[in-house]
Design a protein around this ligand. Structure first.
Ligand SMILES: Nc1nc2c(ncn2[C@@H]2O[C@H](COP(=O)(O)OP(=O)(O)OP(=O)(O)O)[C@@H](O)[C@H]2O)c(=O)[nH]1
Ligand SMILES: [Mg+2]
Length: 356
């Protein structure tokens, strides 16, 4: 799963990237790649219970994509789209922070305009892709069409109609089979998108930024989560010793770093859930796609555990925390023995039994 940081130039993407993933790998003008951990308060509670040697949060790949202005530099814009194709979830970083010494690339600071601009460009790009695929298939004589072509021809007009209404493809309902059919197209508006608004210190203190209400209304209508953060303040939080962070954030009226909320929003938007493994050695969160079976989830840990799967011993996170120990869970009859086809739920704490 790869989160792509997208947006106009000079909005704070690279600063956000460093906050999420540290230095990363890549060159000037190229997409930079790193790993971001996804903070989860449940993991901390489990760690407090087990006091393990090691605590491992879920992690996501993050790509910092150099910003581009639609319609300005074709080559740069195409490089931008190419990088966007490679991401699974998009975080659109939008500038709300005020002028100062750095003018906005489009002049005025206007968060809703920027959100619309990128959204509309991604929709237009998909429309062009869908139209040309449709024309190509319609021009192919029926006897020369490949097995998938007929199914595609049935699906493409609906996609095109939606895009023509300036709405993204993620609004349609997609089966795994549909997704397989369009996989090669690299459609951009199928990807979940999170809006990340970069505010300045004054706006953070006031708890709002100019244009917030209009942007929130649009985001709600689009079904896109919206997170605000202040790059420079986040950088200060990250530098503080853990014990001083809470008091510092309290001065700004925030309970949790914006980057933590953002990582979690991207994680949730991508359709991932977490199951946990917990012991004296390690407490760990494992990201999986919703709907995976116990046997498939075991394979995320090690292929041997999947192959030799016997059963999963499962307790819900809430039950374990409420009762305070595995022994108490067992006594209360809340430790479930599940077979290979059990569908893993978010927050399951699992011990896999297997033989190799
Ligand atoms: N005032 C203020 N300046 C910021 C903030 N975030 C970033 N900047 C400044 O904006 C400039 C650009 O920040 P970057 O993070 O490099 O921007 P970017 O979005 O990666 O830009 P491109 O890589 O060109 O697309 C830098 O000079 C930062 O210091 C912010 O929250 N407030
Ligand atoms: Mg950058």
């Amino acid at each position: 799963m790869d989160i792509g940081l997208i947006g106009l130039p000079q909005v704070g993407k690279s600063l956000l990237f460093r906050l999420l993933a540290g230095e990363g790998r890549g060159g000037p003008g190229q997409a930079t790649v790193g790993m971001a951990s996804v903070p989860d308060p449940r993991l901390d509670r489990l760690a407090a219970l087990y006091k393990p040697r090691k605590v491992t949060p879920a992690a996501l790949r993050v790509t910092d994509i150099p910003g581009a202005v639609p319609g300005e530099d074709r080559a740069r814009w195409n490089r931008f789209l190419e990088a966007v194709r490679g991401a699974d979830v998009l975080v659109h970083v939008i500038r709300a922070f005020g002028g100062g010494s750095l003018p906005h690339v489009l002049g005025e600071v206007d968060p809703l305009r920027d959100a619309r601009l990128i959204r509309d460009e991604l929709i237009l790009t998909d429309l062009a892709t869908v139209e040309s695929a449709r024309q190509r298939l319609e021009a192919t004589p029926p006897r020369k069409r490949r097995p998938d072509d007929q199914a595609l021809l049935e699906r493409l007009p609906e996609m095109q109609a939606l895009l023509e209404q300036e709405r993204p493809l993620r609004e349609l309902s997609w089966t795994d089979e549909d997704l397989r059919l369009v996989k090669g197209f690299g459609l951009l508006t199928l990807k979940p998108l999170v809006l990340a608004v970069n505010v300045d210190e004054g706006q953070l203190q006031q708890g709002t930024f100019p244009g917030e209400e209009a942007l929130r209304q649009a985001a709600a209508q689009w079904g896109e989560p919206l997170i605000t953060f202040c790059g420079p303040v986040e950088a200060e939080i990250a530098e503080l010793p853990a014990g001083e962070r809470e008091a510092f954030m309290g001065e700004y009226g925030i309970g949790e770093p914006g980057v933590a909320r953002l990582a979690r929003a991207a994680y949730e938007a991508s359709g991932l859930i977490s199951f946990f493994t917990a012991g004296e050695e390690e407490v760990r969160a494992w990201p999986i796609r919703r709907g995976l079976t116990a046997k498939q989830a075991a394979g995320k840990i090690h292929s041997d555990i999947e192959r030799g799967f016997i059963r999963a011993e499962v307790v819900a996170y809430e039950d374990l925390i409420r009762l305070g120990s595995m022994a108490a869970v067992r006594e209360a009859g809340l430790l479930r023995l599940e077979g290979r086809d059990y569908v893993v739920q978010d927050g399951d704490v699992i011990l896999f039994r297997f033989n190799v």
